[in-house]
Ligand binder design. Structure first.
Ligand code: AMP
Ligand code: MG
Length: 288
C-alpha cells in the first residue's frame, strides 16, 4: 500500500518528545525503551524514515554548497544499542563528500598524552560539513568515571570544560545534536545472543561488554549527570527509545531533518556572469 501524505508527515514533534528538559533531572528508569510514537508499526516507521532521509540528503547538499554552517551529531549508548546500525541505515546515507564518521575508542598513548578534547577537536566539522561521533568526549565522564580511570576531582571538572568546548563550536556556526540510544538490559542481552549465534557478528564480541553490563546502574547514573549538566537548547540531548530499531531510525531521521530545516542552508549566490557563460556555451554548440 502506498503511504499517504499523513503517513510521511505525521503531526508529531520528535524533538519535543525526546529532548531532555533544561534543568530537570532525568530518571532513565522512567523513560520507556519501547515506543512507537505516531507510527502504526514497523512498515509505517520505515516508510517515514526513507522519506525523511531523502530530505536530509537534499538539505545536506545545500549546506555543503553553502559552506558556512556545519553539524555535529554525537551518538552515545550502551553496547548493542544500535549506534552502528543507525549510522549504516540513516546517518551514513548522507553524501560522503560532506560527511564523516569518527569512532572514538580507548585513547591511544599519543591521545592520552594530550588533554581529553585534543582528539575530539580535530574531528569537529568544517564549514559545510557533518561529523558523526560514534562515542565522543562524553566517554571521558562516562566510562572514565565508572571505571575510575582518573580521580573524581579530575572528571568532575570536565562537565564545565565540555560545555565551554561546545559553546566554542556553536560560536563558529556548528549546530550540535546529541543522542542517547536508550535500550533495556533485556533487549541488550537478546542482541548479545544474536551476536553469539551469528558468526559474521563474532568480531563484535568482547568480555568488556559484560563488565559494562554488570555496572548498568553506575552508567545510568553517569548518563543522568551528563543530561543534567551538559544539556542546553543549543546543544541538546535527545533520549531515543531504541528497543525497536525502526523507531530509533525513524525518530533520529526526523530530528536530524527538522534541525536541517531550521538551519535552512541556501545554495550559494551565482559567482559568474550567466549571460557570458550562456554565450560561451552557444559558441561551443555552434562549432559542433
Ligand atoms: P566500541 O565503540 O564498542 O567499539 O568500543 C569502544 C570502547 O572504547 C568502549 O568500551 C568505550 O568505552 C571505550 N572508550 C571510548 N572512549 C574512551 C575514553 N575516552 N576513555 C576510555 N575508554 C574509552
Ligand atoms: Mg562494543
Amino acid at each position: 500500500m502506498q503511504p499517504t501524505e499523513w503517513d510521511l508527515n505525521p503531526k508529531f514533534d520528535f524533538r519535543d518528545e525526546h529532548m531532555v528538559r533544561e534543568g530537570e533531572k532525568v530518571s532513565l528508569a522512567k523513560i520507556p525503551t519501547e515506543f512507537e510514537g505516531p507510527f502504526r508499526g514497523k512498515e509505517h516507521g520505515r516508510a517515514f524514515a526513507a522519506h525523511a532521509i531523502a530530505e536530509i540528503q537534499e538539505l545536506q547538499y545545500r549546506m555543503y554548497t553553502e559552506a558556512k554552517q556545519s553539524l555535529l551529531i554525537v551518538l552515545q549508548a550502551p553496547d548493542a544499542a544500535g549506534k552502528d546500525g543507525l549510522i549504516r541505515k540513516v546517518l551514513g546515507r548522507m553524501n560522503p563528500q560532506g560527511c564523516r564518521t569518527y569512532p572514538f575508542k580507548v585513547p591511544s598513548s599519543l591521545e592520552r598524552a594530550h588533554d581529553f578534547l585534543w582528539r575530539i577537536h580535530q574531528a569537529t566539522p568544517a564549514a559545510g560539513k557533518v561529523s558523526i561521533f560514534n562515542r565522543s568526549h562524553y566517554e571521558d565522564v562516562l566510562v572514565v568515571r565508572v571505571e575510575d580511570l582518573v580521580p573524581k576531582s579530575v572528571w568532575k571538572q570536565r562537565y564545565e570544560i565540555i560545555n565551554d568546548f561546545e559553546k566554542l563550536l556553536l560560536h563558529r556556526g556548528t549546530r550540535i545534536l546529541k543522542f542517547y540510544l536508550h535500550i533495556s538490559p533485556e533487549e541488550q542481552l537478546e542482541r548479545f545472543k544474536k551476536r553469539l549465534d551469528e558468526p559474521t557478528k563474532h568480531w563484535k564480541l568482547n568480555e568488556g561488554d559484560y563488565e559494562a553490563r554488570a555496572k548498568w546502574g553506575d552508567y545510568r547514573e553517569a548518563y543522568e549527570d551528563v543530561f543534567e549538566k551538559c544539556h542546553s537548547e543549543d546543544a541538546p540531548w535527545h533520549i531515543i527509545p531504541a528497543d525497536k530499531k525502526w523507531y530509533r531510525d525513524a525518530s533520529v531521521a526526523a530530528i536530524v531533518r527538522d534541525t536541517f530545516r531550521d538551519m535552512d542552508p541556501q545554495l550559494p549566490p551565482l559567482d559568474a556572469d550567466l549571460d557570458e557563460i550562456r554565450r560561451l556555451y552557444e559558441r561551443e554548440l555552434a562549432k559542433q
